[in-house]
Design a protein around this ligand. Sequence first.
Ligand SMILES: [Zn+2]
Length: 345
Amino acid sequence: MKSFKANQAAAGLLLSLLAQASLQAPLNASKWSYVGSDGEENWPKKYPFCGGVFQSPIDFHNDVLQYDSTLMPIDLVGYNVSLKEHFIISNNGHSVRMHLPSSMYIRNLPFRYTASQLHLHWGNRNKPMGSEHRISGRQFAAEVHIVHYNSDKYPDVATAMDKADGLAVLGIFIDIGNFNPSFEKIFCHFTAVKFKDQKVQVPGFNVQELLPTQLDEYFRYEGSLTTPPCFPSVLWTVFRNPVKVSQEQLLALQTALYCSQENDSAPLEMTDNYRHVQEFDERLVSVSFREGVVLSVVIASVLGVCIITGVTCWMLRKRKSLKKDDNKGVIYKPAADTEEDVSKV
Ligand SMILES: [Zn+2]
């Protein structure tokens, strides 16, 4: 938690320096996409934070992982939303988004983080890899983000989103597997939100069904929004275990939606709406689980010992054979030469 506070202070200072400039950007600057001239390489031109520090997503590789025994299972409150309540699902031109009631929150973080919305990132039908985070370089089929804001300190998500301690996002990897009836409660409404700015009201359900069963195994780090304005304001919790949806469900996600409006003469399919992994220098990811991290350390150690043993054996053998060669030289040295040499002395 020490580094959490120190990093927060640094991020806070940076935010206060840059947030004003970013927020005062002209309204027409809010144009960005995942392809073309408004693609992620050019995000920093309009959104300076996107080229800054503490950026997300990242790759969770062994060099940056650190086991932290204080990380408790995520404690979710109010996630089981009654059928009588409703969610609004909408298409914002970048993703499909489901707005969440403020009765949903995470209990066991430094502050109370109240739910705001969830959305997804995915690939395309030919390359079904569209998760934002990765584990040891592995990209999953898709990723869900459940966005929460710090309701202890800020009145709403808009006020919180540019504050260093403003947001907490849960990340869930999606893999291909069996049909998932819980995800179908969102996916079956895609035809109603096919185009940008379309909305549909859907009955409440238990949002926890979208999460993996093991809420105690996750990666934790301080990062950013993965879309412009990329504010470094997110406390990330990315679950280690993916959830599964069927091939058909994934195909529906990859093909059903458009970034463009209904009457647009040049319709643009909503595919590959993920940001690539960002630099991760001088930061560490805390992990709540030992198994896997420890195993990889053991494998690396065993490999190291094997390599050292191998190199030592090879050097010893080489030395031995060199000695043999020296001996050979002595044995077969012509007697005449030796005499000549001696006579020269
Ligand atoms: Zn997201």
